[in-house]
Design a protein around this ligand. Sequence first.
Ligand code: GRF
Length: 205
Amino acid sequence: MTGADRRIGVLVSGRGSNLQALIDAERRGELGGRIAVVLSNVGDAPGLERAQAAGVRALHVPRRGGDRAAYDRELLARLREHDVSWICLAGFMRIVSSVLLDAFPGRILNIHPSLLPSFPGLNAAGQAWDYGVKVSGATVHVVDGGLDTGPIVMQEAVAIDDTHSASEVAARILDVEHRLYPRAVRLMLDGRLRVAGRRVVEVAP
Ligand code: GRF
């Protein structure tokens, strides 16, 4: 399979700046695949507009009641329609269930704004600032059934000094995310990294 054939579904809930970084990387030929569809659980997510502006199919998948698995079956149907083989979560504010995990084993990636396992969950940059750590950063990981617990693909540190406000820290980390996520996606899609238990390791050329 060539890079252009690897079809990616991106799931967003909001702003979509990481989605934009993935779109930009694809345009430069640096993503290792093609974004086939962008799905959002939020109808007015700016991420959907970014996708449309880039000519990428963008769909709101509303929640119609039912449990998490029922919703994920909806997502799965849309992803299958677009022949997706990898999923990138990019600010998707829902926990994915075994419906998606089983359909895309080891093929769902997420970007998180801290050096995991520190500060999982919401507002990770704010959590780091409140705690007073001197270093935080960004993590790309493979998604498993926990909250930001899956095997770590790539991390990059960001130094925090006394002059940085919480919002400055968040912005610095976001800048790093935008570089890190497309690189990690490409290495995974190209098969240059693979999951081995808790570790993501290089594959010998
Ligand atoms: C990012 O900080 C990402 O790490 C986290 O949610 C935020 C989404 O931002 N998972 P954006 O929608 O990509 O701008």
